[in-house]
Design a protein around this ligand. Structure first.
Ligand code: K7E
Ligand code: CUA
Length: 662
């Protein structure tokens, strides 16, 4: 540490301690003094990128760790007017589904791509809970590159969890439902006869990342909550937590809490692959949207796919097993070695830890306690490594460090508990402020945890921040876990309602981060690659404005000849080839949003004028000293007007032949 840094840090610390002085006593004590560990000096980079789910915001946000600085919000399942996502003609198809345009969703879980069980920094995946979807975000550009809808599913909560070589992300349905190819118009109280669950295996192309639904497995009508892939010795298996083994269809808070134990479902997906190869899967008619953003065309396309392969466990022995798990399990997490599977029963008084070796032995010995809908149920004692006794109340999720320790979040007792996997001893506990949901250790779900911190994502903030009306910010808290005891070092408010998050060392991503799109590679059908292509064309009642943007003007910036009843398409190409120089574009009265166009990119805004007059257009992103001069006018005349199409910039009416009004 340089001396200068020390001085400014101690000033910061004095401020910090003084500020703590006016807080309630309990909080002050627990926040005690290790803020230096979260301090990243101005101008310095953070050590980790933290990808945080936005919950009901439908987005993903990116923070630096350990500073908690917000770096970016990535629009995924919800429209984002700030970036024009879901508003521009090029991005609208990303939000297409079999139900049409669905501009919102609920994103709970993050999965970073892995090679050999280690984060490789290529892609990050997120789930849409409401209208079942999985998204792939490209980590070169931090933009959503693909969204695939999941058929035969409702409430895609148990998703997206990734296998150790990114073979698959999986998607387990939370709600069981009548299958898509059956007549779903049935009485709800026929649940037990007509409702089924599925878990889907979505393959990831090794080079392009392109997703495809490889197969689905039909399951009893229970609810899938969370999942984790096996790794190392348990690679080839996937573990799903299930609740509502009672198969209740009403008042689940009571009716789905009847049994002492629900299940963790163990799926041998290597075996499932064999069954698919052997032709055991049934082709079922379905309809689901598959949306891909083409980086060269700067444009998304959406296709409706029509078929899915479904495996029925009846035809596929040795593919799935149930393990009893107390009581309404939520989290289901595998440790870095792949030997231990931790089930967190929301209503359970212990944390059961299962052993993969014992599971294999119980399967070989057919050590079953019975069947559930024809699927073998392994004996609890036979597969149990042991139980963590008196851990806390309301265990939800568990993450791991590289030293054989586990960290479990407790919603009801509002704490993180550190325990040792080998002997199941509780080692430490710290309060969270308040009611932690997920927690996350960098690399925590992988074969190689990076450790250093555990971050709590809390549901309730109460007195932690200045009041902001009826709704308060959700909050994350960072604890230093480098020593024996966990130490709270920072609170930071978050966007939306975070559930899961995953952090990755910054070095892995920085080197791949893209700075611009090359204008020569731009294959958007409406691109204008320079002034000579700037033009306005009428096609029936469509007016296409091919407009270029470069500091600090639009070309053209005076446009006439639009008539009421026309739809105007502004195709804006940003000609800049410098990092961090987007231009924005907005027109008065537009019913959608702005465009925010990256260097080398083309984006299109559709505008249907509702009245005659002259309407300003302008750049919305402060791009230069003369940003405020980056503006123009478009004139709208009456429907039968004979004002011809014309366009210009500066004094010169263009005389380029491509630009002449035909
Ligand atoms: Cu526990 Cu939706 Cu992962 Cu929230 S879920 S906390
Ligand atoms: Cu371009 Cu401001």
């Amino acid at each position: 540490m340089k001396p200068l840094f020390k001085i400014s840090l101690s000033i910061a610390l004095i401020g910090f301690v003084a500020f703590q002085g006016c807080k309630p006593k309990g909080i002050q004590a627990s926040a005690g003094g290790d803020a230096s560990k979260a301090y990243v000096a101005p101008g310095k980079y953070d050590e980790f990128y933290d990808f945080v789910s936005g919950g009901f915001s439908g987005q993903m946000s990116v923070y630096g760790l350990p500073s908690g600085r917000l770096l970016r919000v990535i629009p995924v399942f919800s429209v984002d007017p700030e970036k024009g996502y879901g508003y521009s003609e090029e991005t609208k198809p990303m939000l297409n589904t079999s139900h049409g345009f669905v501009p919102w969703d609920d994103l709970h879980h993050i999965a970073l791509s892995e090679t050999d069980g280690i984060q490789d920094g290529r892609w990050v995946f997120g789930n849409g809970n409401n209208t079942p979807r999985i998204a792939r975000i490209d980590l070169k550009t931090f933009r959503t590159a693909e969204i695939i809808e999941i058929p035969n599913s409702a409430g895609n909560h148990s998703s997206p969890f990734i296998t150790e070589n990114s073979e698959y992300v999986i998607a387990g349905t939370r709600f069981s439902i009548p299958m898509d190819n059956t007549n779903g118009d049935v009485a709800i109280n026929t649940y037990k006869q007509n409702f089924k669950g599925t878990v889907s295996f979505i393959s990831i192309d090794k080079t392009s990342g392109r997703l495809g639904i490889a197969f689905q497995i039909l399951t009893p009508g229970i609810n899938f909550d969370l999942a984790r892939a096996g790794k190392g010795k348990s690679h080839g298996w996937m573990f799903f937590s299930c609740y509502n083994s009672e198969k209740a269809n009403t008042l689940l808070e009571v009716n789905a809490s009847q049994k002492d134990k629900d299940f963790i479902m163990a799926v041998n997906w290597k075996k499932a692959e064999e069954y698919v190869k052997a032709g055991k899967a049934q082709k079922r008619p379905v309809a689901y949207a598959h949306n891909i953003y083409d980086e060269n065309k700067h444009m998304a396309t959406s296709e409706i796919e029509k078929e899915v392969l479904v495996l029925d466990p009846k035809d596929c022995p040795d593919m799935i097993y149930f393990m009893p798990c107390p009581k309404s399990p939520h989290g289901c997490d595998t440790d870095p070695t792949g030997e231990y599977i931790v089930g967190s029963g929301k209503l359970a008084a212990v944390i059961p830890v299962f052993s993969f070796t014992k599971i294999q032995k119980a399967i070989a010995d057919k050590n079953y306690e019975g069947e559930y809908d024809g699927i073998p149920v392994l004996k609890y004692e036979a597969v149990l490594h042991g139980e963590v006794q008196k851990p806390g109340l309301g265990p939800l999720h568990t993450e791991f460090d590289a030293n054989g320790n586990a960290y479990t979040s407790f919603f009801i007792s509002s704490e993180i508990v550190k325990w040792r996997i080998s002997d199941l001893k509780v080692l430490d506990r710290v309060p969270t402020y308040y009611s932690v949901g997920h927690l996350s250790v960098p690399g925590g779900p992988t074969r190689k945890p990076w450790g250093k911190y555990v971050i709590a994502y809390n549901k309730i903030t109460k007195d932690r921040y200045l009041p902001t009306g009826p709704e308060l910010a959700q909050s994350a808290q960072i604890y230093d876990i480098s020593g024996d005891k966990m130490k709270l070092i920072l609170d930071f408010p978050t966007i939306g309602e975070p559930h899961y998050a995953e952090a990755i060392p910054a070095d892995i991503l920085i080197k791949n981060s893209q700075k611009i799109y090359k204008i020569e590679d731009n294959q958007n059908p409406w691109v204008a690659k320079g002034d000579k292509y700037a033009r306005v064309e009428r096609k029936g009642n469509e007016v296409h404005v091919y407009i270029t943007a470069i500091r600090s003007h639009f070309n053209p910036d005076n446009i006439e000849g639009v008539k009421l009843g026309d739809i105007v398409y502004f195709h804006v190409t940003n000609l800049e080839q410098d990092w961090d120089i987007p231009h924005g574009f907005a027109v008065k009265g537009a019913n959608n949003a702005e465009l925010l166009i990256m260097p080398g990119e083309t984006q299109t805004l559709a505008w249907k004028p509702d009245r005659t007059g002259v309407f300003p257009i302008y750049c919305t992103d402060f791009c230069s000293a003369l940003h405020q001069e980056m503006q123009g006018y478009i004139r709208v005349s009456v429907a039968g007007s004979n004002v011809p199409i014309s366009f210009s910039m500066g004094k010169t009416q263009t005389t380029d032949s491509t630009a002449v009004n035909k």
